[in-house]
Design a protein around this ligand. Structure first.
Ligand code: NAD
Length: 253
């Protein structure tokens, strides 16, 4: 099950998991979009669901169980939103909406799907965080705080569910040309400049993110619990790389 899978990174993850042999349920608040996206993947199904609604999440999991014969083996909490704007003028409404989707939505989905996985004794949850969980920006309101909170929630659910056979981890994408970030990278100058700033020398692709999700969802990651795997080409630790060389003169010789 992949949330926010009508497009962007979620759809790339759904396609990758399907290519790896999974039957995929694509969940989105845009139900038509989820159904359309599922139609392009063999044996997949689309489900409309607002992940911020407790009733909708429980009802959707019921529909999923009826269609797939049980609770999901893998849940990817990918649904997320961002609202741009000066932090000092940011509206409480935007702040609350982003928190509802990015944080409360992950909590609800993890609690409900996690309980069903725990009852069976197996399952994997992968949460999509962001480079902004560790490198915040001032012009995106609640977004960095919600992503940092999801990284902590990943550890909490790993502790709660690990002993019951369910692994929980997170993937933190950096600059990726997909979904909510693709308008930014349409500007070729911004794209080139951003690519130069990344230690890997390029911005990321949806496939880079999907590959990390597929790894964490696989048995190969069987002893990995509660981790946030940054998929950012090295951006999260590149501060010194961005600065001029700060070497004392005598050390130059
Ligand atoms: N694109 C990037 O560069 C990037 C970088 C870091 C992290 N991320 C994260 O990756 C995830 C996917 O982002 P994307 O870039 O593909 O954006 P996107 O906007 O293309 O996809 C987000 C999807 O979530 C769905 N959604 C929104 N609210 C929902 C709700 N209440 N219930 C169910 N579905 C809902 C949207 O309809 C949309 O299909 C997000 O969590 C985002 O924060 C993206």
């Amino acid at each position: 099950m992949v949330t926010g899978a009508a497009g962007g990174l979620g759809l790339a993850v759904a396609r990758r998991l399907a290519a790896d042999g999974c039957r995929v349920g694509l969940v989105d608040i845009d139900g038509d979009g989820a159904v359309r996206a599922a139609a392009g993947i063999e044996d997949a199904e689309g489900f409309r669901c607002d992940v911020t609604s407790e009733g909708a999440v429980i009802a959707m999991l019921g529909r999923f169980e009826a269609a797939f014969g049980g609770a999901p083996d893998i849940l990817v909490n990918n649904a997320g939103i961002v609202r741009f704007g000066d932090l000092l003028e940011h509206s409480v409404e935007d702040f609350r909406n982003v928190t509802e989707v990015n944080l409360v939505g992950v909590f609800l989905m993890s609690r409900e799907a996690g309980a069903r996985m725990a009852a069976r004794g197996s399952g994997v949850i992968v949460n999509i965080t962001s480079l902004n969980a560790v490198q915040p920006k001032p012009d995106i309101g609640a977004y960095p705080a919600t992503k940092a909170a999801v990284a902590k929630l990943t550890e909490q659910f790993a502790l709660a569910l690990g002993p019951r056979g369910v692994r929980v981890n997170a993937v933190g994408p950096g600059f990726v040309d997909a979904g909510m970030s693709s308008p930014i990278f349409r500007d070729l100058a911004v794209r080139a400049e951003s690519g130069r700033a990344v230690p890997a020398g390029r911005i990321g692709t949806p496939g880079d993110v999907a590959a990390a999700v597929a790894f964490l969802a696989s048995d190969e990651a069987g002893f990995i619990h509660g981790q946030q795997l940054m998929v950012d080409g090295g951006m999260s630790f590149s501060l010194w790389n961005q600065l001029p060389r700060l070497v004392p003169e005598e050390a130059e010789d």
